[in-house]
Design a protein around this ligand. Structure first.
Ligand SMILES: Nc1ncnc2c1ncn2[C@@H]1O[C@H](COP(=O)(O)OP(=O)(O)O)[C@@H](O)[C@H]1O
Ligand SMILES: [Mg+2]
Length: 136
């Protein structure tokens, strides 16, 4: 896999999420991603950046255009230095929330993308990497 472009922005307030969503949309259009996949990706990315703000007081997002074996795609890396997630299996379950919300966020985001990886260490932070292929 080859990285064709790379763009990193901090997320520390609501306005950063707007900037992030707009930038992501631009990149999706640039690679010719269809509207349905754009919407899925932006919905997933919005949820993950919101989690970063809410649970980790912010972090960074790295947006990359990647060239895969058959098509291009977007890979987004969400990194924070928040409290981390003690039980990832539990956090990935539909309906689990420590924040008294619906708790569809992480599993919902996973269903909307082509690939979803999560790494988290309690006391150190959380990294989530999602990939959406242009036609995936
Ligand atoms: N970046 C993060 N840092 C620490 N904890 C997180 C992070 N993202 C999610 N979590 C934890 O995982 C739980 C599930 O997240 P999610 O599925 O988005 O549901 P919700 O945000 O509605 O609670 C959250 O309640 C929170 O405890
Ligand atoms: Mg959430």
């Amino acid at each position: 896999m080859i990285v064709l472009s790379s763009d990193k922005i901090p997320i520390s307030k609501e306005l950063d999420m707007v900037v992030f969503r707009n930038r992501l949309k631009e990149l999706a259009v640039k690679i010719g991603m269809g509207l349905v996949n754009q919407t899925k990706l932006i919905t997933a990315a919005s949820e993950l950046s919101r989690n970063m703000l809410r649970y980790a007081n912010g972090g960074t997002v790295l947006m990359e255009i990647i060239k895969g074996p058959t098509q291009n795609g977007l890979r987004i890396t969400f990194s924070d230095k928040g409290p981390g997630i003690a039980d990832i299996t539990q956090a990935m379950r539909d309906g689990f929330s420590t924040g008294k919300s619906l708790g569809l966020g992480l599993p919902g985001a996973k269903r909307l993308v082509s690939d979803f990886e999560i790494k988290s260490t309690v006391g150190k932070g959380t990294t989530i990497i999602i990939t959406k292929w242009k036609n995936g």
